[in-house]
Design a protein around this ligand. Structure first.
Ligand SMILES: Cc1cc2nc3c(=O)[nH]c(=O)nc-3n(C[C@H](O)[C@H](O)[C@H](O)COP(=O)(O)O)c2cc1C
Length: 195
């Protein structure tokens, strides 16, 4: 194992890689008011863009969301929820969203060619995973959100999105208050071995 890793220039052992991948879990409660350093987020974005992307389209755009935009997004979400599910639900969501310490969004540039569009979305998802794994290695938890608000034209406007850009994920980040468990189906259930 170790010799093969040396040939591919891997700086981490397979055991460490496995622990990193298994250890990342979606965090749903963050320590309030503790926002990781901006430099760390910049580094995570630098690494996110090393994700595979067919034809090297580099279809991702990253939006670092500050306090003013965060408030506007929360207001927008609140308005939408009040209309669809009532004031009580909207208020509960407002409180929850306000407790999310760090905010960033990853957008994808849309493409008229359906195959490229699909591949570009896949590339952006890989970029999100790179970003989340790197942050996890630095002790920072993340949650990928893709609720209805992320599909609203007004949301994209708040992100300064250019025409054709759509949101792949709103990523909340911070220090975990608790570490949720997550289950997976057995490998046998998901693997088909063909001769
Ligand atoms: C494309 C995508 C969209 C997601 N959107 C949401 C979301 O809107 N709300 C949410 O609570 N979790 C969202 N998640 C996170 C998943 O719920 C989470 O990954 C899943 O429960 C497995 O948990 P784990 O990440 O801890 O393994 C999303 C994940 C992906 C890949």
């Amino acid at each position: 194992m170790a010799d093969r890793a040396a040939l591919t220039d891997s700086p981490v052992s397979p055991e460490d890689a496995a622990a990193l991948i298994r250890g990342r879990r979606t965090i749903d409660r963050f320590k309030p008011g503790e926002v990781p350093e901006t430099a760390l987020i910049h580094e995570a974005i630098e690494l996110a863009r090393w994700a595979p992307n067919h034809h090297r389209t580099e279809p991702w755009r990253f939006c670092l969301i500050g306090e003013r935009t965060k408030t506007r997004i929360i207001d927008l979400n609140s308005r939408l929820l009040t209309a669809s599910r009532g004031a009580e639900v909207a208020e509960a969501k407002r409180e929850r969203w306000q407790s999310m310490p760090g905010w960033l969004a990853i957008n994808c540039i849309s493409n008229d060619d359906p195959i490229t569009a699909r591949e570009d979305y896949a590339a952006c998802a890989c970029a999100v995973q790179n970003l989340m794994l790197y942050l996890h290695s630095a002790g920072v938890g993340t949650k990928w959100a893709s609720g209805a608000v992320t599909r609203e034209p007004e949301f994209l406007e708040l992100l300064g999105a250019q025409s054709g850009e759509y949101c792949v994920g709103l990523i909340w980040y911070g220090y975990a208050q608790r570490r949720p468990r997550s289950q997976r189906q057995s490998v046998d259930h998901i693997v088909r071995t063909l001769d």
